[in-house]
Design a protein around this ligand. Sequence first.
Ligand SMILES: *Cc1c(COP(=O)(O)O)cnc(C)c1O
Length: 242
Amino acid sequence: MDDSLRSRWERLRERVDEACRDAGRDPSDVDVLPVSKTFGPELIREAVGLGLRRFGENKVQEIRDKYESLADCGIDWVMIGHLQTNKAGMVARLATEVQSLDRSRLAAALDRQLRAANRAIDALVQVKTSDEPSKYGLDPAQLLPFLDELADYPTLRVRGLMTLAINTPDLDEVRRCFRRLRELRDAAAARGHDLPRLSMGMSGDFPLAIAEGATEVRIGTALFGARPYPDSYYWPEAGRAP
Ligand SMILES: *Cc1c(COP(=O)(O)O)cnc(C)c1O
């Protein structure tokens, strides 16, 4: 089988399109966010050659490390991992979007840094949709007050919600996380918060996320292949299997 990046991308997009059709949805309503964490500039440049322009990274230091060597590519860097408040400045300078906005102090820090940089970025609120003790993300009960608070920060254009599903082979439980995010979005919409985007689903579970209304799936392994580091490096406290 042809294992080039191009053929992997085409196969992935076919699988996403098929999941959309199975769910009775229009494939053009679901984007793929390639997740390039641990992979170097050469591979990302190859992906740019396929027409990809947005890339998700879990650590802002990795965005910083790749930024210069890919500066000519016009990449939009999307921060999808847990963000420490003291790294908000790097995101404010280098990213076009943050999907891991999950607490007030972080919003305040990003706003301060974005004002200093004279920039505004898109933001998704990361919500905790499972009872796993280890996951980052906002407590769903705090979503409405947090959204009200974010309305005070014009530097953060809040576009939707993001979640990581529970890490379990039980597909019903995984799907419940995705459904929960959609229901939270609908409840927020009823209170006047327009949140068109739902970022949910990864290589192992994206068809379920699409069935529950994902507008964007974040895909690493299924596109770029196995990562050189185990996932425990990215979710240290989660102890995810490699
Ligand atoms: C790594 C990562 C992904 C992609 O994971 P795969 O299983 O490799 O597709 C998605 N979302 C976040 C937040 C990640 O850190």
